[in-house]
Structure formats: structure tokens, C-alpha cells
Design a protein around this ligand. Sequence first.
Ligand code: SF4
Ligand code: SF4
Ligand code: SF4
Ligand code: FES
Length: 781
Amino acid sequence: MADVSFTVDGKKLTAPAGTLLIDACKSAGIEIPAFCYYPGLSLQAACRMCVVRIEKQPKLATACTTTVAEGMNVTTESPEIAQARKATLQLLLGNHPLDCPVCDAGGECELQDMTFKYGAADSFYTEPKNHREEQQWSPVVYFDRPRCILCYRCVRMCGEGMDIFALGVQNRGSSSVIAPNIPVSESPNGMAALDCEQCGMCIDACPVGALTSGTYRYKTRPWEMNHVATVCTHCGDGCKTTLGVRSVSDGSEIVRGDNRDKSGMNGDFLCNKGRYAFDFANNIERLTSPLVRKDGKLVPVSWEEALGFAGKRLREIRDEKGANAVGVIGSNRTTNEESYLLQKFARTVIGTNNIDHHRTADYVTLATALQGTTTVAGKPRFASQRCVEKSPAILLVGGDPTNEAPLTAWNIRTNVRLNKARVYVANHRDIKLKRQAKAFTPVAEFGYAAFIDSLGEENEFTKAVKSEEKLLVVVGNELRGGELAKLIAALPHAKFALLADYANSRGAADMGVLPDALPGYQPLTGSAIASEYTSPSEPGLDLLGMFDAAANGKLAALYVVGSNPVKRYGIDATALKDTFVIVQDMFLTETAMLADVVLPAANLYEKSGSVTNSYGDVQLVSKAADKAGVRSDFEMIVRLADKFGHEIKTLVPFGKGLRADMGQTRGAQSGEADRHSVWLTANNMEPKLSPFDPFAILDEIQRLVPGYDKLLRLQLLSGNDQHIAPAGSGLVQISGSRKDLVLPAADSLFTSGSLTRYSPMLQDVQRHQADEAATPLASAD
Ligand code: SF4
Ligand code: SF4
Ligand code: SF4
Ligand code: FES
């Protein structure tokens, strides 16, 4: 829209016609107080806090509902306006308890801030305050009714943003009250309750302490925490999250997750896992000491003993039985640097291509099918998460983003709501996003091949899809191998994204944790990495092949990093009875219980590095918490290689990259830096240059992995996401790929792989959902 010129507080401003005055002022650095206004949600004009004086208008006007106009002359602060805002505050405080010292929003409350600014110490109201007991609506949502200022942000956030409509307004006028969707009369325990996604978006949107978080309340205050920006550990969407962290006796503990700075690709969105399910990190069952099997039992030993034993035994097996008698399994939850280092360890330290991971989507086929192709506009056909928010048309084939990739679902809904995007859904289930769809076509459960064939036909659905000039295709993990390649070939004008589970599934594939592709999906021979590594040229065993080989006595050693294949793939424990097994994990999982050496690992919130989401957006992870006794997977791989007798400088090219580690990335705890320096000194190395610095290997990743060479280090370190596309030539597809190797985790909103059983919050919420489900709702959607 054309720009209009206007004046605010004597400043000449311009903004596109139709811009809300409150937004235009914000862009010019002029702050107008607001309670009910929330960017992106519908306008309410309920609070009257944003009043301003507009010349030639008889009364004060609300800046949140006024659009800028040519020649408009606005005053945002004056004694008259201050008096009006003070009167609004007095009205809002009419029933509000003055319990700021104990309220969990204290220090972060917009009402408190405004009361300090405009002063509302005295009140016109003589009636006693209307007191009500606080209510617990779910394990994570509490409601304190007298604190509510009826701004309806929560109602709009839940309805418009989440498409849940779990909150509503009951009664009229001064009796109005926010109420959850399960009234007392229909609740199993006689208390009003929420049947919803438990995302906590309503809590974050609430400008006061009326809605508070069951996991955070009464634990601490905002000024007592460190706030660390990092990436969620759960699904493949890769939300940026800010973790509130405080010190505890054995390290530091995460007490809150939020994204109030809205600086990531997820804006202010977090689902319930991102917001609350960090509690697995504090689980009492965390391993904090290395274990070695002695007389059939796993017993705690020192790090020196565990690593020494593991490295020596691995070396003996490799020397006696050959490199192909060793297998390595990587993880979807370790950083890119760790995944890259692990495949390099397998290929150069052990000398085998027996390396794989639990694949949750077929990125090899995606990379192969899109190889070298561009859109009409000359842009790569790999879509980023940000495309979901902006593309004018989206085709969703398979998948259920609401449950499996909640940010993708949020971005689709936002795009439809704010930009009127056209969404087409082809699915074998009645997924919830059907409500946003312009057209839906049902697909038989294993009938995606038939759907792809139908794209060649002229029916209403395919005609509409094919007529879209800028089409984004979001593909669920049901499609893999030939079917996925065929879909990509059928829509040559479209951009594609493939949804995977887990935080770094895409990163593990991009980094070459695969038996027959090097990092960047490059072939085992002939590529730049192949010549640099001198790694074996024959493909290795895939994940299932390794267990088959173990059962047949052909795999003498297995090194498993951050993964639980025994449970996930239902492996018979006897398969590993003659195999020497080393496991790095946070917990004594089913796989770890079969191991000879177990090394306690840090999780993604306890280390630095980078991760790549399902879309190929790379982001920095920053060490937020710490746990005494655990180590990062990066450090453990390096130390194992050292005990193996390998020259570390050839594994991690530290000290000669773009950026030497001067201690910054070694973590927040001085103990860790000291430990590193002891090892470095003992090995005659300069303590300022560390092989435990993940950025040392990032230099190599940027040099050798196609796509990642485009990564701008400063952008990454600034916390910005960057989209990369594997752009290498000569990509390979795993020959004879076994479809069952791609095993989607099929996590729901309330589960997250093996982390679920260690997250009391996820379990509480699951129980709550089960209780609510036991009582069918008359008004259920
Ligand atoms: S937690 Fe999320 S889904 Fe539940 S009421 Fe709040 S906004 Fe709605
Ligand atoms: S609970 Fe909070 S967000 Fe909802 S209406 Fe009340 S004050 Fe506003
Ligand atoms: S959508 Fe995924 S990445 Fe985002 S908060 Fe939820 S689980 Fe984490
Ligand atoms: S913010 Fe404008 S009326 Fe509430």
C-alpha cells in the first residue's frame, strides 16, 4: 500500500496506509502502552490503555484500532492522556489483589509497570474486592481470577493462534470471567479444567499474573535467573527458546522456557514440549558416573578407567578382527559438530563405513531428487521454515504437523489467518489442519503412490494445486524412496520440505551419519571429503544390518551415541551377547543396559554447537545448564579416539581453523575448562587451543560439506537461523535402501521419544489428557 505521512509527538513519520497507529509508532521508537493489543491477533479495544489525542477528533482515540492517515497529527503523552490512563489503571485495579510480592508475574507484569509509570495508588472504589480462590486448570496452567484484567489476549491466542478455542468468556458486564472449556459440571474431579494442547501460549500472552505456569511458579524470580537463548531439544521444527537458568548444588538447572523476545523463526510460539519438557535434564535417574561391566554387572568407575578400557578394547577388536567388525550408531539429538565428528571417527579412526542412525525421514532421497534443480525464480527448491509463514500456497502431503511438528502447524495457521494463504491437504487421516484447508483429498492409508499418480490427472484438487505458481510442498514421513522422488518430479515448479522427528534428524543425515554417503550426501569415492579422509570406499552396514551382523557373530564391537536402537527397533537383546558395546547416553536405556561401557552424556541444553531443523535451517545451541559428572558427546568421542591411540590433531583440526577457541565455547563451568586444560597440558598442548571446541570442527564442516559452506559464522553466533541446501554434485542414493530403516518416531504433542519417560511434566500432561478423555464432552469439537 502507498505510504502516508503523519506527525506523532512533533515527529514526521511515514508508514503504509492501513498500518495501525500503535504499530507505526512502535516502528519509530514511540511506545504506546497497551494491554489488550497483541500483534497478529484480532483487535479487541477492551482496555483503553492505548489512548492518544488525534488533532480534530473530539475524544481521545485508541491507537490499537486507529489506522494512520495522511496529515494526521497525534500526541501520545500529555497530562490529559496520563490522567486517562491512570483512570483506566484504577478501574483495572478495582478488583485486583495487590499481591505483587508473591505474584509469579512480579517483575514481568505489564500492569505493574504501568501502575508505576502512571501512579494509581488511590482508588475511587469503596466496595470490598471480589476475592476468588486460585484454580488449577491443568498440570501446567493455573488461573487467578481476581488478577485477570479481561484483556482477552488468552482467548484470542488460544482460538486464533492455536485453533483450539479452549478458553472463553462467561457472563456479561462486570461479572465477565475467563473460563476453560471443561466446566465444573463436566469435569471428572469437580474442578473446571482445560482440554487443550497445554502449549502455555495463553500464559505467555497474559500481561498480568492471572495465568501462571505450573512448572515455573514459586520457583524463582526473573532477575535471579540467567536467560540463555538456544534451540528446543524435541521435534524437528527447531524453535528458538530462551531458558531461564539458576544455579543449584550440582550444576545449573533450567526452570523456565519461553520465547518472549520473539527473535526466532517461531516468533513467540513454543509448544508444550518446548516450553516445559526440559525437566528430563533434572531427572533423578540421570547417569553421572561412567559404568563398566564387571562380573556381569555395570559398576561405577572413574572416567580414566572407563575411557581407557573402552579405547583399548576397541583398538584390540579393530586390530584383531578388522575395521568392519566394528559398528557405530549416531543420534538425532546430538549437534552437527558431534555427528560430523562421529562419522569421521568411524571412517578415519576405526576405518569403517559401518555407521548409521535412526532415520526418521528420507533425506537421502530428498537431496537426490532435488539435486541441481532450481525454481523458476532461480532459488533452491529446498524450503525453509520461514517459507511456511509466507508462501501463498501450501500443499501438505501426509504428516500431521499439529501433533508432530507443531511450529509448522502454527506457521500454516498464521499464514492462512494473516495472509489468506491457500492450503491443500492430502492425507490418510482427518488431520486437524484440514480446518485451514481450501481443499482436502483423502488418501488410502498406504495409498500415497496413487495420490502422486493422480497428480497427472485433471481433477479439481490437482488442477488447483498445479495452477499455484508459488507452491510449497510440505511432506510427511510417510513418503520415502521412490514415492518421494516421484512426488518431487511431479511438481517441478514447487519448493519442498520433508518433516522429520527429533531436534537434529536432518543434521545427522546432512553430516553423513550414513553407511554409504559422506557428509553433504556425497559419494564415498571421488568427492573432496573422500580424498581428504582416505575413508573406505565400500558402503558399510546400515543400522539394522549391524544388528544382523552382531547376531551372526560378525560384529565384534558397537559404539552407540545418544540413541536407543534396542528399544526403538525391537532388537532381541541376545543379538549383542558376543559384541563389545559402548554407549553414551543420559540414562540407562534398554541399549545402555546391554553395554560393557556406559558413558554419562550431556544433553542438547548442556552444550554448544549447531543443529539443523527438518527444513535445513541451521541454528546455534548454547550451553544453558550443567550437570556434574556428565560430558558432551564431542568430548567423549575425542577422548575415546585419544585412548584408541589416534592422533587427535588429525581428527579435530583445532588451532588452525578460522577461529581458535579461547575458552568461550568450553562452557559456563570453570571446572570443565580446568579439566580440559589438565588434559591439554599432559599432552603438551597449548591450553588456549582445544580439541574439545566444537567450532574447531565447524571450520572443517564449512570447508567440506556442500551447503554448509554458505553458512555465515557471525550470523550463527548472533543467534540467527540460516537456511542451507545440500548443493553438492554427484549425490548418491543408498542403493537397495531398506524402507524400514526410516522409522518415524510418531511422537505426539505429549511424547518425545525416550525423553518422555524421563519428563515428569510430559507424563503429568498425558495423565491429565487421559482423565479428560475418560469424560466425553458434550460440546467437544
Ligand atoms: S495452554 Fe494453549 S491450548 Fe491450552 S488454553 Fe492455553 S493457549 Fe489454549
Ligand atoms: S487471563 Fe490474562 S490474558 Fe486472559 S483475559 Fe485475563 S488478563 Fe487477559
Ligand atoms: S514445535 Fe518442536 S521445536 Fe518447537 S517447541 Fe515444540 S517440540 Fe520444540
Ligand atoms: S490496547 Fe488499545 S484498547 Fe487495549
